[in-house]
Design a protein around this ligand. Structure first.
Ligand code: X2X
Length: 338
C-alpha cells in the first residue's frame, strides 16, 4: 500500500514538475496602443522590471498597436485566454464585450472622481472582478489606467445634450457605447483605434472620446478637433494581466517578482496619466488651450442633464453586469468619511 501511494505521488508530481520551471524563450505582451503613450511605456517598464529581476528567466516582448489581433482590439481577451498572447496591459473597455461585468466601468456618469474609482478597483469589487476573470482563464495582477474619457469634435462646443445631437462620434466596438451615444442623441460609429486617426483626419467622423493625458494630448487631437468637453462620462482602468497557464508555469518566487513588477509599473502609469487633471493642477487643460482648443468643463448641473438621458442604459446594462456587483460598486463610490 505504501509503495503504491509513493508511486501514485510520483505520478501526480510528474506533470507539475514538467510544467513548473519550464519557461518559454519569449513571452508576448499585448498592448492596444503605441509605445510612446504612457500606457505603452507602462507595458515596457513592466517587461524591463521582470527581465531584470528574474535575471532574464522571464523575457517579455511588448506587441503594441493591437498587432497580435490584427488591430481588432475587442478580441484581446480571447487571444490572451487562448495563449496567442501570454500577457496584456489592457483596457477594461476592450474586454467588456467578452467579460460583461467589466461594463461596470462603462456605465455613464457613474464615477465622479478618481478616489471613487480607486475605492472600487482596489476594494471588494476589484477583487470580485479579478475572480470572475480568473475563472475565464486570465489572472489580473494590477490596475493601471487609461482615464476618464472626454469628448472632442470638430463642429461646436458641447455644453448641453442638444449640442451633441446628430454628431458622428467614433466609439470603440463594444456594444454599450453604441447604446450610450444613441441615448445621448449622437450618431455613433464603431471603429478600431488603428483606423480612427485616419478617420479623424479625413473628417469621416465629427468627434471621438478618449482620455486627455493618456491619449488625446499624445495624438495631438487638436490637429483634428477644436472642441473638447470635460464631462468624465466613463473611465477605463487598465489591467496588467497574464494567461493562467503561463502564470501557473512560473515558480512561486517568479510569480512574486512578476506580481510586484505589475503593481509598480501599473502604479507608475496610473500616476502619469492623472498628472495635470486633478485640481488645483489642471495643467493638462492648459496644454489643450495652448494648442488652440476650446475647453468646456461641465458643471455638476450640466453633467446631470446628460446623465438624465442615460436611464435606459442602466435599465438594460445593470442586469447584464449583475445587480449585486453594481450595488457594491455604488456603495464604494458613495462612501464618505464624515
Ligand atoms: O480605442 C480607444 O479609444 C482606446 C485607445 O482608448 C482604447 O483602446 C480603449
Amino acid at each position: 500500500m505504501k509503495r503504491f501511494l509513493s508511486i501514485l505521488l510520483v505520478l501526480l508530481l510528474i506533470p507539475v514538475l514538467l510544467i513548473a520551471g519550464r519557461y518559454k524563450k519569449e513571452y508576448k505582451l499585448s498592448c492596444v496602443v503605441g509605445p510612446k503613450l504612457y500606457w505603452g511605456e507602462g507595458a515596457s517598464l513592466f517587461a524591463k522590471m521582470v527581465k531584470e529581476r528574474t535575471q532574464g528567466r522571464i523575457n517579455i516582448k511588448v506587441y503594441t498597436a493591437a498587432s497580435l489581433m490584427a488591430g481588432k482590439q475587442t478580441n484581446e481577451f480571447l487571444i490572451l485566454r487562448r495563449g496567442v498572447a501570454d500577457f496584456a496591459f489592457a483596457s477594461t473597455i476592450n474586454w467588456s464585450s467578452t467579460i460583461k461585468q467589466l461594463n461596470l466601468f462603462n456605465l455613464p456618469f457613474l464615477f465622479p472622481d478618481y478616489a471613487a474609482l480607486d475605492r472600487v478597483t482596489e476594494g471588494y469589487v476589484g477583487e470580485k472582478l479579478k475572480q470572475i476573470i480568473k475563472k475565464k482563464g486570465v489572472t489580473v495582477l494590477a490596475w493601471g489606467e487609461n482615464g476618464f474619457r472626454e469628448i472632442t469634435n470638430s463642429k461646436r462646443p458641447i455644453v448641453t445634450p442638444a449640442d451633441l445631437k446628430g454628431l458622428k462620434i467614433r466609439v470603440v466596438g463594444t456594444p454599450i457605447f453604441i447604446d450610450i451615444m444613441k441615448a445621448l442623441g449622437a450618431n455613433p460609429v464603431n471603429m478600431n483605434w488603428g483606423e480612427a486617426k485616419v478617420a479623424f483626419q479625413q473628417g469621416v467622423v465629427d468627434g471621438q472620446e478618449n482620455p486627455i493625458v493618456g491619449i488625446e494630448i499624445p495624438v495631438k487631437i487638436w490637429q483634428f478637433h477644436k472642441y473638447i468637453t470635460v464631462w468624465h462620462y466613463v473611465i477605463d482602468p487598465l489591467m496588467m494581466a497574464v494567461n493562467n497557464q503561463v502564470w501557473n508555469s512560473f515558480t512561486p518566487e517568479d510569480r512574486e517578482i512578476v506580481k510586484q513588477a505589475a503593481i509598480e509599473a501599473s502604479y507608475w502609469e496610473k500616476t502619469m496619466v492623472r498628472k495635470g487633471l486633478i485640481p488645483p493642477d489642471l495643467s493638462a487643460l492648459d496644454t489643450l488651450k495652448k494648442h488652440g482648443m476650446h475647453v468646456t468643463v461641465l458643471t455638476p448641473d450640466q453633467r446631470a442633464e446628460f446623465k438624465k438621458l442615460t436611464k435606459p442604459i442602466y435599465k438594460k446594462w445593470v442586469p447584464i453586469i449583475g445587480e449585486d456587483l453594481y450595488k457594491a460598486a455604488l456603495k464604494a463610490i458613495n462612501y464618505k468619511n464624515k
